[in-house]
Design a protein around this ligand. Structure first.
Ligand code: ATP
Ligand code: MG
Length: 550
């Protein structure tokens, strides 16, 4: 196939497997544990697994890896499905590792019958001690010598609920001297009297991750099981189980997990932020969760683009948050509806404009989009501009408004500042300006050239809106690696709420709309909005204004 880009290492493996006839087609899976909401790291894995299947005409299963009853919940299952669909992917099958509990139990029985697994009565401390260290071999205890019959009976009794949590475990009998600690008779089943979100109280024994994951892959006949680098030492066990059970040979491949600076990405840590109310919820727009980014105004396209640009690495690294912001800016520039919103207003009276007259100017919704259409913009004698766009004593080369100076009002007229009207305390009350009627945008015959163009709104029908501006959630690049609690590094100023005055067309804003408030940034309507209160989230500023040490 003709390629603009070179293949990543997983694509190379897949192409070789298809070419050699090892596989006729590929089947990948995305295997979240439903113990939290998905984050941007997961989106990398989603884009990779689904993307490979799409590229090579294969399929992807969504499999909930729900073998840990205590932390899992149906709320998480629903949010995960919602987020994957929002990202633009559809799975071939929805499966649950818990659906395989009976089969996994039978697999353990098979190992016991082959003399390759045993029931161990040791405490977890004893097991840990007997395991040795990476430099000293472990030792086997007397339980490893149990007969097949005794093991089968004890395992059945474990299942029947005869024992309490921790009283017994089942271990694979592999090699207590292996340099790989995972191969030193790993635990494959444990007792846990806990309610499971799907199987209820049917089970009081649960398979360990290493005994559930590979076998679930195999049951589904996953061809390429893609996971992150920390699973490299688990691969020999993955292969060992499949080989000894004589089941479909799924293969595991590992790539570098995505890490982003100025945030944390483990569900356990994100849950702490939620539970301890450092954020308003999993979908707080400052969270690196898919639901947070979505509420913040990120688009699926921008996240997929980000995943693509990050690539598939074999070594861990820390990706810049600003790359994610770059991707969303790129996309929003193409699709966002331009709107005028003034944040910190100062009143301008256009003294030569007829009292009581309002004209409707027409302007483009998005100059980047030929199908973007036009909208009306009312203009009359009193308007608001940004206080920051006026200076009474400007420096040289000041292109905004100053006494005697001229600027263009975006999509409207050129105005000149004639008089600064003050309050008793010396502060500015309003500006008196005159406009040049022949300078109307689109039909300007004035011949006057000005350097600055300002955004503005018509005072009479400006709509007050609330704007939530977000900054990095953490003050340091890698909070998880800092000394002490990662929460000590939370940025106290990550949320600023400001007021804005928007042009009247903002009334038509819908939740899916994306906006560029001119000269300000990109925004979207927040779900906290109501019919008479508009609340906007700032997705991202227009330019990358964030540099280290701010
Ligand atoms: P966390 O540590 O955040 O809880 P996890 O790995 O335990 O993440 P899972 O639900 O087990 O979360 O992950 C589902 C899939 O997503 C796994 O295949 C996992 O390797 C992948 N994944 C998780 N985090 C990342 C990441 N930061 N980058 C790439 N892939 C990831
Ligand atoms: Mg996990």
């Amino acid at each position: 196939m003709s390629e603009e880009k070179s293949l990543n290492f997983i694509e190379e493996i897949i192409e070789a497997d298809l070419k050699s006839g090892k596989h006729q087609s590929i089947l990948t899976r995305f295997p979240p544990e439903p113990n939290g909401y998905l984050h941007i790291g997961h989106s990398k894995s989603i884009c990779l697994n689904f993307g490979l299947a799409i590229k090579y005409g294969g399929k992807t299963n969504l499999r909930f890896d729900d073998t840990n009853p205590v932390t899992e919940d149906t709320e998480y299952v629903e949010s995960i499905k919602d987020d994957i669909r929002w990202l633009g992917f559809e799975w071939a099958n929805e499966f649950y590792a818990s659906d395989y509990f009976e089969q996994l139990y039978e697999f353990a029985v098979k190992l016991i019958k082959k003399g390759l697994a045993y029931v161990d009565d040791s405490t977890s401390e004893e097991i840990a001690k007997q395991k040795g260290t990476p430099t000293t071999p472990g030792v086997r205890n007397q339980y490893a010598e149990r007969s097949v019959e005794e093991n089968l009976q004890l395992f059945a009794d474990m299942r029947a609920g005869k024992y309490k949590d921790g009283e017994k475990v089942v271990r694979a009998k592999i090699d207590m001297t292996s340099p790989n600690m995972h191969m030193r008779d790993p635990i494959i089943y444990r007792i846990k009297h806990a309610h499971h979100h799907r199987t209820g109280d049917a089970w009081c024994i649960y398979p360990m991750y290493d005994f559930a994951h590979g076998q679930s892959d195999s049951i589904e006949q996953i061809t390429h099981s893609i996971c992150t680098l920390e699973f490299i030492p688990h691969r020999p066990l993955y292969d060992w189980c499949i080989e000894k059970l004589e089941i479909f040979p799924s293969k595991q491949y590992e790539f570098a997990r995505l890490n982003l600076n100025y945030t944390v990405m483990s569900k356990r840590k994100l849950l702490q932020l939620v539970n301890e109310k450092h954020v308003s919820g999993w979908d707080d727009p400052r969270m690196p969760t898919i639901s947070g980014l979505r509420r913040r105004g990120y688009t699926p396209e921008s996240i997929r683009d980000f995943a693509e640009r990050v690539g598939v690495a074999k070594r861990d690294n820390l990706i810049e948050f600003s790359l994610l912001e770059f991707c969303v800016r790129e996309h929003l520039n193409k699709i966002a509806l331009r709107r005028l919103v003034v944040f910190n207003p100062i009143k301008v009276v256009i003294t030569n404009y007829p009292v009581g007259q309002t004209e409707q100017l027409s302007t483009e919704n998005n100059p980047e989009d030929v199908n973007g259409g036009l909208r009306n913009l009312p203009f009359s004698r009193e308007i608001l501009i940004e206080a920051d766009d006026f200076m009474e004593n400007p420096p040289k080369k000041y292109f905004r408004l100053s006494p005697g100076g001229k600027v263009r009002l975006k999509s409207a007229y050129i105005i000149q500042c004639d008089e600064v009207v003050k309050n008793d305390d010396g502060s500015i009350k309003e500006l008196h300006c005159s406009y040049i009627p022949e300078s109307k945008s689109g039909s300007d015959t004035s011949g006057i050239k000005v350097q600055g163009t300002l955004h503005w709104v018509n005072a009479a029908d400006a709509i007050e809106v609330e704007v939530r501006e977000y900054d990095r959630l953490f003050r340091v690049e890698n909070p998880a690696s800092e000394e002490g609690d990662f929460k000590d590094y939370i940025n106290p100023d990550s949320l600023t709420v400001v007021k804005g005055y928007a042009e009247p067309s903002i009334k038509d804003a819908r939740p899916a709309d994306r906006f560029q408030f001119l000269r300000k940034g990109y925004y979207c309507l927040d779900k906290d909005s109501s019919a008479d209160k508009f609340i906007f989230n700032r997705t991202v500023t227009l330019k990358d204004g964030w540099s280290k040490g701010k």
